[in-house]
Structure formats: structure tokens, C-alpha cells
Ligand binder design. Structure first.
Ligand SMILES: Nc1nc2c(ncn2[C@@H]2O[C@H](COP(=O)(O)OP(=O)(O)OP(=O)(O)O)[C@@H](O)[C@H]2O)c(=O)[nH]1
Ligand SMILES: [Mg+2]
Length: 304
């Protein structure tokens, strides 16, 4: 998944190493090379530095790393000492990937989690995966079938609920999603359950009516966590979605799906950087087990 980014950064490191080494003949004569005096990459010969940074930029942009992040990484590299390049990049990536974390395992019962996002990104599947994950932690869960809009959405989530042996609170198609969420919360309170997971219909952030409906679900259900689900394959679109859903509805964290099919890997860095919100999990397949808790250090190890 992050192989391409790794090869881009390792090429930069190799080139910097090569270009900042003392030429052999000078070393042998123990004469100081001009490069020994230079301690930051910025002082490399202009044309060489430009080549390194141009290649880096192209590599990152074509692999879904957003422009602003690419610029920041270029600056980091320029300001770094050649020998400390890896350490400096590690620090920068860590800063980008480690937004203020949230703890979805803490809170007053029932903990309410609402899933939002555009059509087809994997909201319902991710909700079911998280339900299964919570069950493994011995938590009692109820699901709210808050997508009352898309054909077969209720049957789809019913099938998950049946498989997982979890109660599903549902109304009929066309009914108010906020009312479904409200009922599920009442059910959880009455049964002293640990979690209410609220599904919602997919929608474009540009559709004002549907966004207002989502605001209503949020207002009524007062979720502890509003999680935006984005598809990592959509690249910069995922970043736009994260920003706009963040502005209009407010989000507490992001789950990136389809990481198993994403060869570029840049969406992880871009979404984290542009939203400043934590990535909580990565979706890595279609089965319940394919939900990996996000770990910045693991990701950095795979990149550098
Ligand atoms: N490979 C892969 N497929 C995934 C992942 N997550 C979801 N999918 C697939 O993506 C498709 C859409 O998933 P849904 O969960 O229905 O998406 P949704 O956001 O609820 O869709 P709407 O309700 O129509 O807006 C399904 O075929 C899922 O199996 C993932 O992490 N990896
Ligand atoms: Mg759905």
C-alpha cells in the first residue's frame, strides 16, 4: 500500500547521500571539500537540489499526496542536514499523522457514533466492521438503520445485524433518519448497551438539503463521535470531502477505506494533514476482520 511512497523517499535519501559525499580525491588529500562546510541540503548546488525536489514533487503528487503537504515536505527536506534527513522526515510525518487523538472506547454509556460520508465510500460496511470489533471487546451494541433513503439500504444493514447477532432499530424507507437514531438511543439506554452505531445515507457535500438532514440527525442524536468515512482510492477528492463535511457537519475523526486496493497511499497523509483530525482506522478489505486500528509509527515505518 505504501510501497510507492517508500521508493520515492528512498530515492531522495540516496541522491542526497550521493550529492553530499566528499569527492574521493579531495578526501584522500584531506583538503576540505566545499560540501563539508555545508550543513543543510538547501546549500546543494542549485540544479541538483532542484532536480531532487522536482522528482519528489512529481512522485508525491501523482500518488495522491496533496499539494500543500508536498510543499511542506519539500521545505522540510531543504532545511534538513543531509545526515539527519531520515530523522527530520520522520518527525515531520509524525507531526502530520498524529492529530489530537480521540478515544472511542471512553465515554458515558451508550457511546453514540455516527457514520457520515458520500455515496459508496464504505460507511455501512465500516459500521458493521466496527460493530464486530466492539463485540470482540465484549461491548453491547445496537445499530440504527439511518439510511432510509437508498434502495435496499435497510436490507443491507439488516443482513449485517443478523450475521453479527446485533439488534437493528429501523423504520420504513422515506422516514426521518433522526427519528431512527433517536429510537436506537432510547433502546440502548433502556437495555444499558455500550454503543449505538448510526448509519446514514450517502450524500454529496454539495447537496444542501441532504446536508441539512444530516445536521438534523446530528442535532437529535448528539453523537459522541461523528466519523467521516472516505475512500482512499478517491485521492484528493477524499481530502475535499473531509474538509467540507468537517466545515458543514463537524467531524471528530476519519476512517479511510479500501486501503487494500490503494497503491498510491498519499490519501492517508493528505487527509490527516488537511483536516487535522485523527485517522482512527483503515479499512483493508471486505470482511469484518479487515479494520485496522491506525498507528502513525507503523505507517511511517512503511514510508521511510
Ligand atoms: N476492498 C475494500 N472494499 C471495501 C472496503 N470497505 C467497503 N468496501 C466495499 O465498498 C462497497 C460499498 O460499501 P458500503 O458499505 O455499501 O458503502 P456505503 O458508503 O455505505 O454506500 P452508500 O450507503 O450507498 O452510500 C462494498 O462493496 C464494500 O464491500 C474496504 O476497506 N476494502
Ligand atoms: Mg450505506
Amino acid at each position: 500500500m505504501l510501497g510507492r511512497l517508500k521508493s520515492i523517499f528512498s530515492k531522495v535519501k540516496k541522491t542526497v547521500d550521493k550529492e553530499t559525499k566528499k569527492p574521493k580525491e579531495i578526501k584522500d588529500k584531506k583538503k576540505p571539500s566545499i560540501l563539508t562546510k555545508l550543513n543543510i541540503i538547501k546549500n546543494l548546488e542549485k540544479t541538483k537540489l532542484k532536480k531532487i525536489l522536482d522528482e519528489l514533487e512529481e512522485g508525491l503528487l501523482t500518488n495522491n499526496v496533496a499539494y500543500s503537504v508536498t510543499e511542506e515536505l519539500k521545505k522540510t527536506i531543504k532545511e534538513s542536514k543531509p545526515k539527519e534527513l531520515k530523522k527530520t522526515l520522520e518527525k515531520k510525518l509524525k507531526e502530520i499523522l498524529s492529530a489530537d487523538s480521540i478515544d472511542i472506547y471512553k465515554g458515558e454509556k451508550p457511546i453514540k457514533i455516527m457514520f457520515i460520508g458520500v455515496n459508496g465510500v464504505g460507511k455501512t460496511t465500516t459500521l458493521a466492521k466496527l460493530a464486530s470489533h466492539l463485540q470482540k471487546k465484549k461491548k453491547k451494541v445496537v445499530i440504527a438503520a439511518g439510511d432510509t433513503f437508498r434502495a435496499a439500504a435497510i436490507e443491507q444493514i439488516q443482513a449485517h445485524a443478523d450475521k453479527l447477532k446485533i439488534n437493528l432499530i429501523k423504520h420504513s424507507y422515506g422516514s426521518d433518519a433522526a427519528a431512527v437514531a433517536f429510537d436506537a438511543i432510547e433502546h440502548a439506554k433502556a437495555k444499558k448497551l455500550d454503543y449505538v452505531l448510526i448509519d446514514t445515507a450517502g450524500r454529496s457535500h454539495a447537496n444542501e438539503d441532504l446536508m441539512r438532514e444530516l445536521e438534523k440527525v446530528k442535532r437529535v442524536s448528539k453523537p459522541d463521535f461523528t466519523i467521516l468515512v472516505v475512500d482512499s482510492l478517491t485521492g484528493n477528492d477524499a481530502v475535499d470531502q473531509a474538509k467540507l463535511f468537517g466545515e458543514k457537519i463537524g467531524i471528530d475523526g476519519v476512517i479511510l477505506t479500501k486501503a487494500d486496493a490503494d497503491e498510491r497511499g498519499g490519501a492517508i497523509i493528505s487527509v490527516a494533514h488537511e483536516t487535522g483530525k485523527p485517522i482512527l482506522f483503515l479499512g483493508t478489505g471486505q470482511e469484518y476482520k479487515d479494520l485496522k486500528e491506525f498507528n502513525a509509527d507503523d505507517i511511517i515505518k512503511q514510508i521511510l
